[in-house]
Design a protein. Sequence first.
Length: 551
Amino acid sequence: MTDTSHSIIDTRREQIFPILAPAQIERLRRFGERRHYSKDDFVVRAGTQADGLFLILAGEVSVIPHAEHASQITVHGPGSFLGELAQLSGRPSLVDGIALSDVEALLVPSERLRDLLVQEAELGETIMRALILRRVALLEQGVGGPTIVGRETNRDVLRLQEFLRRNGHPFQRLDPDTDESARTLLDHFGLTRADLPIVLCVNGDLLRNPSEAVLARCIGLSRPIDTTKTYDVAIVGAGPAGLAAAVYAASEGLSVLVIDCRAFGGQAGASARIENYLGFPTGISGMALMGRAFNQAQKFGAEIAVPEEAVHLEDENGCYVLQLASGQSARARAVVIASGAEYRRLKVGGLRDYEGAHVHYWASPLEARLVADREVALVGAGNSAGQAAVYLSGIARKVWMIVRGKGLSLTMSSYLCERIAAQPNIEVLVETEITGLDGENGALKGVRWMNHRTNEETARALEHLFLLIGADPNTGWLARSGIDRDAKGFVLTAAGGKHALETNLPGVFAIGDVRAGSVKRVAASVGEGAQVVAALHAHFAETQKPEAALV
């Protein structure tokens, strides 16, 4: 791993690589089994599933990214443990662990690791913190994951980078115009720049402009769903509501499956900074908040399948079956619909031609690099738009904020209105709408807008447009399910169900932004995620078969 003076490994080394005391090692023994490795053996190999977490009892293990000429990350000796977040969910290792001498280790399998984290609170806190910080270090240094070869401005490169970033998976990008390693890779595989982008997975597989689903399978992010298992609850959507439901349900002993078509976190995960969420007075990025929830759900044993898209829900012999776009299916005694909303698009010609590289629906560090010291236009007047405008104002030369209404105060929190007013490089244009986009060959060159009060049209030479104009409910997949929805497509609850948040189908609940009448706030979604678990228990108590109650 590249050594920099301000790296997280330098500043938090004792937390990232703690040495367990003899008493802690003794408490840990009941969760594991002894293993022996000879000098030069692979304890873990990048790209292949690791057996779990390894506590080193004797000897030393070197941890190295799986790449030529890679620098050593650390050496684990007695009392130290080998593993990171991948081992919590039984996914492939992101690094190589090679025995430097004969090694005695205590292997804690992934399923027992989750038991350890729950049953040994103090020790579990030390281990969980280390696992999280190790992933942060890999993300910081861009090692331990796939390599994307392609230009930064290519829409497919941006798509793949954003998918990996939103799923908390490390990667590196090589530019064929400036990086000799990229040209060497192209020559090695007999490829030309017309073949770009390509992705080289840690397991050695080469992918040519893959879909998110293909990339997820290659890196071990997605795995087959157990079609023989009936889960207590299947949760559709891994945003704030879905993850909250997963945490509370799994922590109370229910078997939980969460599916999401793209990434954990939903729209909240794309927020640059959330400042009005209880307990974070200095604010927190949406990715950081949702990453914590994602790890917490896994800690309690929730299974999370990403990317998996639900396409149909049906009742089959007293259980619900989710049909997925991948051709797989999942069975559950109850279903929680937390599928959130889909980004709303402007009705302007040629918009799709520029999406991905020039038209954006969130403002993340990836987009920020593209707009540094440039002028950009941003459409929207809600909190998400306000957060994005403030974030971009610290990077872009100027932000033109296009607002259809007469002002921001009716749709945006006052603290954001004040902050926007204080930024000299944000100009708010009220009663204004985008009227056209200019460009060619997928490259945006200009944006036009009209002020409806003056009927004056303005054209600016802009290459990037941000759209944060709300969202429509993601409920098209429920069209044949028989679930009642309102005129706008939001799921109706309570009126037809026995329990709060229940739909007209017994045992099917809706929470978060997808539910009709919900408060569109992160805190409200989290609250509904917790509330629905009580409704699930009540439903199970009513539908439990007498013979099952005696077990």
